[in-house]
Design a protein around this ligand. Structure first.
Ligand code: NIG
Ligand code: ZN
Length: 412
């Protein structure tokens, strides 16, 4: 397949670049009036129409004329809860009436509400609804995705969720990474017996998950009223014994040292970080951990937006992800996450796009194969509608400007 006359080919990086940090995040190499060739699902070459010796007049049915359109790497969404049984718009209404996330949870809503609904939903029904959501986000430009369990909260239901994620992996062409989030909330029967629930996660669930190869990562909701730092550390250590790296929900509502503790444990990513301070930024410096910011969650539940500017100015890289889930972020639209990062977090369009592509890929161990326009990487690509500039993408935030999405070079 050959794309010609691409108005601007964006997100070009040399092979071997695994993440972008600090001032690098602002930079974006592009080629105006470009071509790009795909073979066997991979990008095999690209360049400028002006300086090429190829005769692009000899077009075939596999040639796509991209005049007026921008091409960029598909979004790498490294934090979602896309498998769930039912939406929770009744909680949305409670929120409009003034209830906080904590009050809604205390009134029987929240994660336990989703867990109750999921317990009574068959694996097939869960798969069908999750597949529809996955298809929707792919059509919006997502070309690699992480999906968490965490609405099961029992032996059977956590496995049910992870098996649904495995089926998505098998049936869809994009990379799908599975994260075991049994430590999302304490089920009612374990409210007074945290140790008992964590034992179930570590001694019963983890061995089965490892046996069946059902997870790539382990996660915990490290937050007041959920999992303490010590409990989270226990879960990270247990996952590590099975080769599962940690991606942890940290500093969403309170700053309690969660992020610092996860970095010490070598977490691949710390996600949310709406509530941070200089100590958090300092602890991220020099680490391998990717701070992953979720602006659509901040918008939806009215909590602070993460301090992306402070992090980038301090020389850090950040990733952007959707956090698609029925409670705090009922959308997996990465275009919205990118736009919000610009509108509310003062990220430049190039920074936001880098955060949602290569740095997202890094937070899923996919940077060697995804997240940039690089010869040899998978041809997971977004082709926009005709737009005047790259900044127009986050600027015109209410319009769907993604015309076509290609996964392994095939239109989805
Ligand atoms: N904060 C923890 N987990 C989800 C929300 C879960 C829910 O409310 O269902 C999040 O990332 O925002
Ligand atoms: Zn989440």
């Amino acid at each position: 397949m050959l794309f010609i006359n691409i108005k601007e080919l964006c997100g070009i990086l040399p092979a071997g670049k695994s993440r972008l940090q600090g001032a690098e995040m602002t930079e974006m190499q592009t080629i105006k009036n470009a071509w790009l060739k795909v073979q066997d699902g991979k990008i095999i070459d690209f360049g400028s129409m002006n300086s090429s010796t190829d005769d692009f007049h000899l077009t075939t049915k596999d040639t796509i004329d991209a005049s007026g359109k921008f091409m960029l790497p598909a979004w790498c969404d490294s934090h979602t809860h896309l498998v769930f049984a039912a939406p929770r718009e009744e909680e949305f209404v409670m929120k409009i009436q003034g209830k906080t996330y904590e009050e809604i949870a205390a009134a029987g809503g929240g994660i336990l509400n989703s867990a109750r609904k999921l317990a009574n939903t068959s694996e097939d029904a869960l798969y069908e609804s999750a597949a529809k959501r996955l298809e929707e986000v792919m059509s919006l430009g997502t070309g690699a995705i992480e999906i968490k369990s965490g609405y099961g909260l029992s032996y059977e239901a956590e496995l049910k969720m992870l098996r649904v994620i495995r089926r998505l992996k098998e049936n869809y062409p994009l990379p799908v990474k599975a994260t075991f989030l049994g430590a999302h909330a304490f089920p009612q029967e374990f409210k007074q017996n945290h140790g008992g629930y964590i034992d179930l996660l570590i001694n019963q669930l983890l061995p089965t998950i490892a046996d069946e190869g059902l997870a790539d990562y382990i996660d915990a909701f490290c937050e007041q009223g959920y999992f303490s730092i010590a409990e989270t550390e226990r879960i990270i250590d247990a996952g590590a014994k099975y080769g599962l790296k940690a991606k942890i929900h940290a500093n969403q509502f309170t700053s309690s040292g969660a992020t610092e503790a996860c970095i010490k444990k070598g977490a691949l990513s710390v996600d949310h970080l709406e509530v941070t301070d200089d100590a958090v930024i300092k602890s991220l410096k020099g680490s391998e951990t990717m701070p992953t910011l979720l602006p659509s969650c901040s918008l939806f539940i009215n909590i602070p937006f993460a301090d992306a500017r402070g992090m980038i100015n301090a020389g850090l890289g950040v990733a952007l992800a959707s956090d698609f889930n029925p409670g705090t972020t009922p959308t997996g639209n990465m275009n919205l996450a990118v736009a919000l990062a610009c509108i509310r977090m003062k990220m430049l369009p190039t920074e936001a796009i880098n955060a949602a592509t290569l740095n997202g890929a890094y937070a899923m161990d996919l940077a060697a194969t995804h997240g940039s326009i690089t010869v040899g990487k998978q041809a997971n690509l977004i082709l926009t509608k005709e737009i005047p500039s790259l900044a127009y993408l986050p600027y015109a935030f209410g319009s769907n400007l993604v015309e076509n999405v290609f996964i392994n070079g095939k239109k989805v």
